[in-house]
Design a binder for this molecule. Structure first.
Ligand code: MN
Length: 228
């Protein structure tokens, strides 16, 4: 088969491999840590709806790269998140089988225009312009499951200019890795190349031009991003 066009191919380095990981789809879970829900003003943190949105592959920003603050936001914020990297096709995956579909894990940042998101929430509009922007998903090199195991606990943290902003533990996730994979696959067929951002802990905050971000999760390749 031949094609008339060549859209950009987005790929992520894999620790210890020459070949890189081609990105297909980027799923993002919202409201997955109770203390973050509380800081966002949600009163009921007992019954948590499954909140899902998408980012385009062009959202990917690799380690040690720079992100410019979009001109149309006054409040560009960081959200550090565990990223699940999917390595196998599946639909209606059970929680019991879900971990078989994981290729590896990364550290990601869900960059968010908080002012646009608040406006969208108030007006009942989609979050697309607040969340699904190009260059809104910095991600570290992938660590394969063989090298890190499956992650159900471990420190997750983010520093800006060496000051702690976010510090939590993966065990505080409301839905764990297997539950998230199972739930998304009830709606979508997952493919090798899909990434799943799993929600952020408390401590999200505003970024300024010149900031340097360092994000890490125990056992994974860390992520360094500068803001311009
Ligand atoms: Mn997020």
């Amino acid at each position: 088969m031949s094609f008339t066009n060549t859209p950009p191919q987005i790929s992520i380095p894999i620790k210890g491999q020459d070949a890189t990981f081609l990105v297909h789809q980027i799923y993002c879970v919202g409201r997955n840590y109770r203390k973050h829900m509380a800081e966002m003003g949600y009163k009921n943190t007992k019954q948590v709806p499954f909140v899902l949105f998408l980012k385009p592959p062009a959202a990917v920003v690799l380690n040690n790269q720079e992100v410019s603050i979009p001109k149309f936001t006054e409040n560009f914020q960081h959200e550090v998140e565990l990223v699940i990297v999917i390595g196998k096709e599946g639909k209606n995956i059970t929680v019991k089988n879900a971990l078989d579909f994981v290729y590896g894990y990364s550290v990601g940042i869900d960059l968010t225009c908080r002012d646009l998101q608040a406006n969208a929430k108030m007006k009942g509009r989609p979050w697309t312009l607040a969340k699904s922007l190009q260059n809104s998903a910095p991600i570290s090199d992938i660590t394969r499951v063989e090298n890190c195991g499956h992650l159900s606990e471990g420190k997750i943290q983010l520093r800006v200019n060496n000051t702690n902003r976010q510090k939590s533990n993966l065990k505080d996730m409301i839905r764990n890795v297997a539950e998230i994979i199972s739930e998304i696959s009830a709606y979508y067929t997952l493919y090798p190349g899909d990434l799943i951002f799993t929600g952020t802990p408390e401590g999200v905050g505003k970024l300024e031009k010149g900031d340097n971000i360092f994000a890490e999760i125990e056992g994974l390749q860390p992520l360094t991003i500068s803001i311009s």
